[in-house]
Design a binder for this molecule. Structure first.
Ligand code: GLN
Length: 278
């Protein structure tokens, strides 16, 4: 049995649970080696619920609100512990991606406390006013052939993009932390060897979109040809997307991610067995 939690403080959490159920059903019918796995999907609001989870999704919504509620309900440190010390599989969509970034820009309204985990800097509300919300059919090669042949309908709502991949943790202290317009997540050190491995993984760019520059005025149509923004990244146990797969009926990314969760859970079981027999 594996338990997957969805942080349910604010935002599109019930949509994620819905799609996770659909994805688990796909895995069951696909007859892969983990079709026997039983999944439990739960809403997570408290530290006690979080400790029962093998993996976690941070939904889209309003990152400032999610972070505030997390702080008030004593969830911020347990979340940092889950992502950065225990290094369990965690996926953030939109606002969730912002919270999982090690650095983010301040907006006019200010900033919020980040959880961190991904060595990237995100730019919030990247697509400006005219394109606040839009959809784009994009190929997602990490989904395999199906991701290339059948583009995924990506829903962007005041979405962030990854504007910079940062050097591992040490680089953030010096460069990003000194600038006034940047919020930086507090650092945490994993304790066991497996978690340290995850920490040392590089940031992989999983998907990009070619976009108009946010610097353009609303009435300017032209984009810089060939300019691309990063909209999905993975680093070890942490995965983030700018868009909202939970607002579609397409479970392919959820299926892919649950398969990643299975691999991580099995790896940890083996690690703990080996550790015990030492
Ligand atoms: N712009 C929002 C934020 O900064 C994210 C929007 C979303 O999750 N759809 O939190």
């Amino acid at each position: 049995v594996a338990t997957v939690g969805v942080l349910a403080l604010q935002g599109a959490f019930s949509e994620h649970i819905q799609l996770l159920r659909q994805a688990a059903e796909c895995l069951r019918t696909q007859n892969t080696h983990h079709h026997h796995l039983n999944w439990t999907f739960i809403e997570v609001k408290t530290p006690a619920e979080l400790v029962t989870c093998d993996a976690l999704i941070l939904p889209g919504g309003e990152s400032t609100a999610i972070s505030l509620v997390a702080e008030r309900s004593g969830m911020l440190e347990p979340l940092r512990n889950f992502v950065k010390v225990l290094r369990k599989p965690t996926w953030g969509t939109c606002a969730g991606l912002i919270l999982l970034a090690e650095a983010a820009n301040r907006t006019k309204k200010g900033g919020q406390d980040l959880i961190g985990g991904l060595d990237v800097r995100v730019n919030r509300n990247h697509f400006g006013r005219q394109t606040e919300s839009f959809q784009a059919n994009l190929p997602l090669p990490f989904l395999g052939d199906s991701g290339v042949d059948q583009p995924f309908r990506c829903v962007f709502i005041r979405a962030p993009v990854v504007e910079k991949i940062l050097p591992h943790r040490t680089g953030i202290q010096t460069e990003e932390a000194c600038s006034n317009d940047t919020i930086v997540a507090p650092s945490k050190t994993p304790v066991d060897e497996l978690a340290k491995e995850e920490l040392n993984a590089d940031v992989e760019v999983m998907a990009k979109i070619s976009t108009r520059s946010p610097a353009l005025k609303d009435n300017e149509e032209h984009d810089h040809p060939g300019k691309e923004d990063i909209i999905a990244v993975r680093q070890g146990n942490v995965f983030g997307t700018s868009f909202h797969p939970e607002l579609t009926e397409d479970p392919r990314i959820h299926v892919w991610w649950l398969e990643e969760v299975v691999k991580a859970v099995e790896k940890r079981q083996q690690f703990e067995l080996a550790d015990r027999s030492k």
